[in-house]
Design a protein around this ligand. Structure first.
Ligand SMILES: [Zn+2]
Ligand SMILES: [Zn+2]
Length: 175
């Protein structure tokens, strides 16, 4: 996978639709749509909460490439944000990927993550588990969540290079 450091939104959208239509991850009659919003905030307002919005923030393994020096690095903590709600039979998911900056250039330019198909699928399966639990009241019978605890960080997380940390979102999730 030579181009895996590239951010490809269509992979996320296609995988989302495949998991719904082929694998029936949400086996209900409702219509779900998937969108991106690269500026959405990481916290729900009271108003949003009232309107039924919920948030999920899994992290995945991904790769980045600096646009100026072409430096490539991988990260075990690519932070993702999903806002979702189900209302009157219509479900919406809005995704925001958080970027990382190049440690060589330190130019505060956050690159977006390239994520392998397997890891995209894994992240979306976690999201569907959340949706089944929080929108459909299913019991959380899989322990996908516990897998994340086995995640080994190969190097310390560099907060100054992490967009999620910079927006005050990632660091509070650190163990
Ligand atoms: Zn660079
Ligand atoms: Zn961070």
């Amino acid at each position: 996978m030579s181009h895996s450091s590239e951010w490809v939104p269509s992979v996320w959208m296609d995988t989302f639709n495949e998991l719904l239509s082929d694998d029936s991850e949400l086996d209900y009659e409702d219509q779900w749509t998937f969108n991106f919003n690269y500026r959405q905030t990481a916290k729900l307002t009271t108003e949003e909460r009232k309107r039924g919005w919920k948030i999920s923030n899994p992290h995945v393994h991904g790769k980045f490439q600096c646009a100026s020096c072409k430096n490539i690095w991988s990260s075990a903590r690519v932070v993702l944000l999903f806002r979702y709600r189900l209302r009157s039979g219509r479900g919406i998911v809005i995704m925001r990927p958080f970027g990382q900056a190049c440690r060589r250039c330190k130019n505060n330019m956050f690159c977006l993550p390239g994520v392998s198909n397997t890891n995209v699928e894994e992240a979306l399966l976690k999201l569907f588990a959340k949706i089944r639990k929080n929108c459909y009241g299913e019991k959380d019978d899989n322990d996908i969540g516990s897998q994340q605890k086995n995640f080994k960080l190969t190097k310390p997380h560099e907060s100054t290079l992490c967009e999620a940390c910079q927006t005050g979102f990632c660091s509070e999730r650190m163990e």
